[in-house]
Design a binder for this molecule. Sequence first.
Ligand code: ZN
Length: 88
Amino acid sequence: MEVSTKGKLAGTVADLRTHGIGALLVYCESHDCGRKGSVSLDNYPDAKPLEEIRRAVYCAACREAGRNDRNLDVRPEWPTWAGPGRVK
Ligand SMILES: [Zn+2]
């Protein structure tokens, strides 16, 4: 699987589920915004291309303020492990 953190997202929802990932993290990179959130993949079918989800996401705060609401960094939300030998 190849998932780029900038630009296009390759693969499908199924690819992320294989890795135990259940959400996408979204960072708004617009000036003075900096909001972040996550998009749950629970409601998407396995075959859904990640790129389609990425294109559908926007920043509500920026949209409301009339700024560019698509200046987003979208990346898979990797699970964090806190078990022995792992740094959280
Ligand atoms: Zn924003």
